[in-house]
Write a protein that binds this ligand. Structure first.
Ligand code: CO8
Length: 258
């Protein structure tokens, strides 16, 4: 993995921790950050020793959006020809579970990045919003789709059209966030959950993620058919035999990720 300038990257056991690190710009997501983040997740997705990825920012900002200074002078032709933001799709192709640990601002692209992850944990200071309307634009990294699916049309529409910010308590109530923690416990709790997930059978966590994500992409009948086939195929794993034997024998399973 190449050295990243916009990220801090470390591993803790079977968990990879990626910290957005552009403190001068409240972690605004420029093209370099997008490329480095995609490269890091691609790397860990392929690493059999990693079972879960945590993405976090600073205490003040998870990420304050796409980089406005980078976008300021771009024209339609510029962003169309460069297919601006399509690189983010790569991140959503990560097959291993990803947790976003959000403290402070998660605005615009920052909120959209958090929503590309599978679980969002927030600190009490977290602030979510899609303020693009105030810049005279709309979200460009999946926000109109993912926020609407996460919190429902009326609430999402109100947020998009006013550009207002939602605090952590409201975000948890609305289902955007799984859990809220005090600032000083956020990362530790995210890492603990990541460790729990990374200790599960890797093929099972990957198939779980794939099946759940289907619910956003296809109709219910098709999603259920997909889930049933995935369920059938997981019976081919050794981890299925081990997990079920361990239960019957009243012992802890020893998963081999095979
Ligand atoms: N991009 C670039 N720089 C930023 C950004 C950003 N999104 N956010 C903050 N910064 C910079 C500031 O310019 C400032 O830099 P400098 O010190 O050089 O002036 C530094 O970070 C610190 O920011 P502030 O001084 O503003 O800090 P405050 O604590 O006063 O305010 C806020 C914090 C409220 C978060 C404020 O910075 C803010 O409102 N930021 C912008 C939030 C925003 O609008 N985000 C959405 C961006 S648009 C987007 O994400 C998707 C657009 C999709 C368009 C599709 C096109 C294809």
């Amino acid at each position: 993995l190449n050295q990243a300038e916009t990220l801090l990257i470390e591993t803790r056991g079977r968990v990879a921790l990626i910290t957005l690190n552009r403190p001068g710009a409240l972690n605004a997501l420029n093209r370099q950050a997008m490329q480095e983040l995609a490269e890091a997740t691609r790397h860990f997705d392929r690493d059999p020793n990693i079972g879960c990825i945590v993405i976090t920012g600073s205490e003040k900002a998870f990420a304050a959006g796409a980089d406005i200074k980078e976008m300021q002078h771009q024209s339609f032709m510029d962003v169309y020809l460069a297919d601006w933001f399509s690189g983010w799709e790569e991140l959503t192709r990560t097959r291993k579970p990803m947790i976003a640990a959000v403290s402070g601002y998660a605005l615009g692209g920052g909120c959209e990045l958090a929503m590309m992850c599978d679980i969002i944990y927030a600190s009490e200071t977290a602030k979510f919003g899609q303020p693009e309307i105030k810049l005279g634009v709309i979200p460009g990294m999946g926000g109109t789709q993912r926020l609407t699916l996460a919190i429902g049309k009326s609430k999402a529409m109100e947020m998009f059209l006013t550009g207002r910010v939602m605090d952590a308590a409201e975000a948890e109530r609305s289902g955007l966030v799984a859990k809220v923690f005090p600032v000083d416990r956020l990362l530790e709790e995210a890492l603990k959950t990541a460790e729990t997930i990374a200790a599960m059978s890797m093929p099972a966590t990957m198939m779980m993620k794939e099946a759940v994500n289907r619910s956003f992409e296809v109709c219910l009948a098709e999603g259920i058919r997909f889930e049933r086939r995935a369920f059938h195929s997981i019976f081919a794993t050794q981890d299925k035999a081990e997990g079920m034997s361990a239960f019957v024998e009243k012992r802890t399973p020893n998963f081999s990720n095979s």
